[in-house]
Design a protein around this ligand. Structure first.
Ligand SMILES: Nc1nc2c(c(=O)[nH]1)N[C@H]1C(S)=C(S)[C@@H](COP(=O)(O)O)O[C@H]1N2
Ligand SMILES: [Mo]
Length: 188
């Protein structure tokens, strides 16, 4: 049983504010912040583990088109898997970690959903049919070789097809489905 009685939130200072004002606010916060704060009316049970950060993309439900602006923690809370693949764009083996598209279908698509459209920030678009997701463990990848992918390098999220594990995945057909810099995923 732990009570967090005193949470200091340091104000963010704009450059134009005087040092005096900054110190006055800081001093007041430290002096009076604690004593004036009321005890919470509840006990802490579980700490917050879902840290809502900046949305990185939008997912739209196949049931009613509701948009969900998701961040990395929300995606990771669906569970992640990883595998290595000889990446046709990097021309080397890369270990990708991400959420299975089959899980996103379950969570957002709805039973009637036949496909998902993948839109990228450069307006590149592909529609992935449900049977791809049923046949192969496609990834909405967040990490490459253990690191989050920056937008400048195909991130934050990209589609990965498991070429190494499924030799029937002919690159001439499936390379175009490797969409990167994804902005929106409406289920159809
Ligand atoms: N976001 C985004 N992803 C994309 C593309 C694109 O233009 N934008 N091109 C696709 C196609 S058609 C192919 S063949 C591959 C390779 O694109 P590149 O030749 O420009 O590397 O990326 C795929 N993914
Ligand atoms: Mo292409």
């Amino acid at each position: 049983m732990r009570r967090e009685r005193c949470v200091h939130r340091l104000p963010t200072f704009s450059a134009y504010r005087s040092t005096f004002l900054a110190l006055a606010i800081l001093g007041a916060t430290l002096l009076f912040g604690c004593s004036s704060e009321r005890d919470p009316d509840y006990l802490d049970v579980k700490p917050r583990t879902l840290n809502v950060g900046d949305p990185i993309m939008r997912i739209r439900s196949g049931v009613n088109d509701t948009p969900f602006d998701v961040d990395i923690s929300i995606l990771e809370s669906l569970g992640t898997v990883s595998y290595s693949v000889d990446d046709p764009y990097e021309l080397t083996d890369v270990e990708y970690e991400g959420v299975l598209l089959s899980v996103l279908f379950e969570q957002f698509g709805g039973a009637e959903s036949k496909s998902v459209t993948i839109l990228a920030i450069d307006d590149y678009t592909q529609t992935i049919p449900r049977d791809h997701i049923e046949k192969w463990p496609l990834l909405l990848a967040l990490k490459a070789n253990g690191s989050y992918s920056p937008r400048s390098h195909r991130g934050p999220v990209m589609i990965i097809y498991p070429y190494d594990q499924y030799p029937e995945l002919d690159p001439t057909i499936y390379d175009p489905f490797w969409v990167w810099q994804i902005s929106d995923m409406p289920f159809n």
